[in-house]
Design a protein around this ligand. Structure first.
Ligand code: FMN
Length: 415
């Protein structure tokens, strides 16, 4: 009987365990988690979402405080167009996060950074170029471009000395999105080194509309695979979204996938960035406590626990300190919704905003409990402790379970 360890992901001369831990912003897929994946011979992702905030937490830098100080006088102003990121500081923060992670890397695996392109940061092209360039400068093994696939992203770094040696991959949720990207990047004579096909059961933002239930990972993966074969494009194909057991992974690997990308099972390990009380909420969740909603100001549907404190919170927009979702003209759908509520309730001390959330604030505070569809199965992956809580796992335990399990079995941790 096949198990995941019978397969290898071939990248040039390198052979890897075909398990990739997906990027989970903001710092849910921590450096510690990514380093474990690399140590065990697979691939781990850190995320560059809100990287100045992450650098402040990890290295006690003051990027957020400094930005707020600079724009303090604008806090009460609804026009946020002047609130810009300092590109030098952004590069520094990225280099801290990526560079120190790469210095700590051990083992045969690789570390990639998940770069969420929808973080438009009030200057989409310039900030994205800086983030990509700084990650390459800091020695990252690879970059996975996600959410909001900017068709010109490869071109932003085409003159970087590492443009052809670092692994560059993209996440798509349809064959059409892949075709558009390939057409656009043909001029550069640089194909992606891998394509992650993310289905509708994933965590975080979805590349589908609210009709996500009409799609399934297997069908999309097959379509993409057939297209790659027909075009004789030898690009490793990596399905993601709802691959919960080693056996699930094997069925994709047997059908031509080069590796699998997984995340939900790793949200309840000690190396993950979620605080333990939040991890317990993930364990406890039942299927009807998980929803896909449209409160993310990015415009993409997002999956989360219905009990997330972020839902309905009328937080004052924090664009002067954070502002990662301001589009190129200084607008954010949450700030617009918040201002609308304030106008409608002029005497209220606090307003509720139901249709959007201040994602920057709530992701930073781990109050937006984004999760994969199968989060409700996490309780079956561990033991219940005498006090009723669930035992937190280790990344190694979950990784090895994916690597060696058969027959849809899930190994419980030792007590
Ligand atoms: C808590 C959480 C946060 C996530 N955040 C991101 C993200 O910031 N960027 C991204 O591209 N994907 C994100 N994802 C998607 C994962 O990287 C991965 O592709 C997907 O969740 C795999 O499916 P699984 O969770 O069912 O294993 C997130 C997933 C989870 C569970």
């Amino acid at each position: 009987m096949n198990y995941v360890d019978n397969f290898r992901l071939q990248f040039g001369k390198k052979q890897l365990v075909p398990i990739i831990i997906g990027g989970m912003g903001v710092d849910i897929s921590t450096a510690e988690l990514a380093l474990e994946a690399a140590r065990l011979g697979g691939i781990g992702h850190i995320s560059d979402a809100m990287v100045p905030s992450v650098s402040d937490r990890r290295f006690h830098t003051h990027f957020v405080k400094e930005k707020l100080k600079l724009y303090k006088l604008n806090v009460a102003n609804t026009d946020k167009s002047s609130v810009q990121f300092d590109l030098g500081r952004l590069a520094e923060a990225t280099q801290n996060h990526v560079g120190r992670t790469m210095e700590a890397k051990r083992g045969e695996g690789l570390i990639f950074v998940n770069c969420m392109e929808k973080l438009t940061m009030n200057a989409p092209r310039e900030t994205l170029r800086v983030r990509l360039t700084a990650a390459l400068d800091a020695g990252i093994d690879g970059i996975t471009l996600s959410a909001g696939l900017h068709l010109g992203s490869f071109a932003l770094i085409e003159n970087h000395p590492r443009f052809r040696d670092a692994k560059l991959g993209i996440i798509v949720s349809s064959l059409r999105a892949l075709q558009l990207f390939l057409r656009k990047s043909a001029r550069l004579n640089r194909l992606p080194d891998y394509v992650v096909v993310e289905g509708p059961l994933a965590g975080g933002h979805l590349g589908f509309g609210m009709d996500w239930k009409d799609y399934d990972l297997q069908t999309i993966t097959t379509e993409v695979r057939q297209h790659l074969l027909a075009e004789q494009l030898d690009i490793p194909l990596i399905p993601a979204g709802g691959i919960f057991t080693g056996s699930d992974a094997v069925s994709f690997l047997e059908n031509g996938a080069a590796a699998v990308q997984v995340a939900t099972r790793f949200t309840v390990v000690k190396e993950c960035g979620l605080p333990e009380n939040v991890q317990q909420e993930y364990f406890k969740a039942s299927e009807d406590e998980i929803e896909v909603n449209t409160i993310s100001p990015t415009g993409y549907p997002m999956r989360m626990l219905k009990s997330s404190p972020a839902i309905g919170a009328g937080t004052h927009p924090n664009c002067e300190a954070l502002g990662y979702l301001l589009d190129g003209a200084g607008n954010c759908a949450y700030a617009t919704a918040y201002n609308r509520e304030v106008l409608a309730h002029p005497t209220a001390k606090r307003v509720a905003v139901m249709d959007k959330t201040c994602l920057c604030t709530h992701m930073r505070n781990f109050d937006c409990w984004t999760c994969g569809h199968y989060t409700y199965r996490l309780k079956d992956t561990t033991r219940r402790l005498p006090d009723g809580s669930y035992q937190i796992l280790s990344a190694e335990h979950v990784f090895r379970d994916y690597q060696f399990s058969v027959d849809q079995k899930i190994a419980l941790p030792s007590a």
